[in-house]
Design a protein around this ligand. Structure first.
Ligand code: GUN
Length: 300
């Protein structure tokens, strides 16, 4: 039987609606409008699209969006000065510095200069430490979105065997920590893992976050497992016409859908959840800054 398709687009709409509800309440009951500042350095075309989408989504849920576009030649001192200004601005509850940064800028230094309470990406070393010790933190948006979908589909994740394929700081490692916090037995697999196919076949949950198009095929997946595909890869699509491209995940959908119990598609799975979780994190940061109760179901 074919797997249940987890509709990330629909789920992300629900998350946005919850965020918008909470924003309305914050405005009406507390006179507070949550604000998200996004900093873009340089003209990377993909980053420009992401930043535009973030701005549009932020405004759509009723929050303030502060966009700062800096030239590719911006000095580290000038960028740090801007972040300092945003750190102290009470109208700004969340700060996101779009990555990658131009090569002359030290990404770690820049990320760690954002106040941890305003770090809606969850990349600051303090948030990484808090999450890995199971404490309240800001959680990276993509793994948070994956967790929300898993909880929604399964209810409790307690006792499940989860394999996270990929060990990046942005997805793999925080995903593993979140699953561990929800009492899964977690293995992180990567390019040097031995018998990776057999390992994945033992999993109740497989999260694919390697950035290699369609690497995970049906014979890697145990019958009935839940497969979360974080990959977004642009590949040639000659079947659509000469020079045409299409998006595929890290999972070969056609073969995995026949083995899995549930699967997120690409596009329309994890992708839409990432921006929804950025908005959720901004509302959470705003509530924490004002010592107000946090919206339910929008945090880890
Ligand atoms: N570039 C691509 N994805 C992301 C993200 O989630 N956060 C930031 N800051 N930059 C990115």
């Amino acid at each position: 039987m074919s797997a249940h398709i987890i509709d990330g687009k629909k789920f992300a709409e629900k998350v946005r609606a919850k965020v918008a509800d909470h924003v309305t309440r914050l405005k009406e009951e507390n006179g507070i409008t949550p604000g998200l500042a996004v900093v873009l350095v340089g003209e990377d075309p993909a980053s420009q699209v992401y930043v535009r989408n973030k701005h549009k989504s932020t405004v759509e849920v009723g929050m303030n969006s502060f966009e700062h576009r800096l030239s590719a030649e911006t000095s580290e001192a000038d960028l740090l000065a801007l972040i300092d200004q945003l750190n102290t601005d009470p109208a700004v509850h969340g700060i996101l510095c779009q990555l990658p940064l131009p090569r002359h800028l030290n990404e770690e230094l820049v990320i760690n200069s954002i106040l941890p309470e305003k770090d809606v990406d969850g990349f600051h070393i303090s948030n990484v430490g808090l999450l890995s010790t199971g404490q309240k933190s800001m959680v990276p948006c993509t793994p948070l979105g994956c967790l929300m979908m898993l909880r929604d589909y399964h209810g409790s994740l307690s006792g499940m065997n989860a394999v996270v394929v990929g060990r990046s700081n942005i997805v793999g490692k925080p995903m593993a920590n979140l699953l561990l916090k929800d009492s899964c037995t977690v293995t992180i697999a990567h390019s040097r893992t031995k018998n990776i196919e057999a390992l994945c076949r033992t999993a109740d949950i497989v999260v694919a976050a390697v950035g290699r198009p369609e690497m995970i095929t049906g014979d890697w997946i145990g019958k009935g497992a839940t497969v979360i595909d974080v990959g977004i890869n642009r590949v040639p699509a000659p079947e659509k016409g000469e020079g045409k491209m299409k998006l595929v995940g890290d999972v070969e959908f056609a073969s995995v859908v026949e083995k899995a119990g549930a699967i997120t598609p690409v596009p329309g799975g994890v992708g839409p959840m990432t921006i929804a979780c950025l908005l959720a994190n901004t509302v959470t940061a705003c509530c924490r800054a004002h010592h107000l109760s946090e919206p339910e179901g929008l945090t880890a």
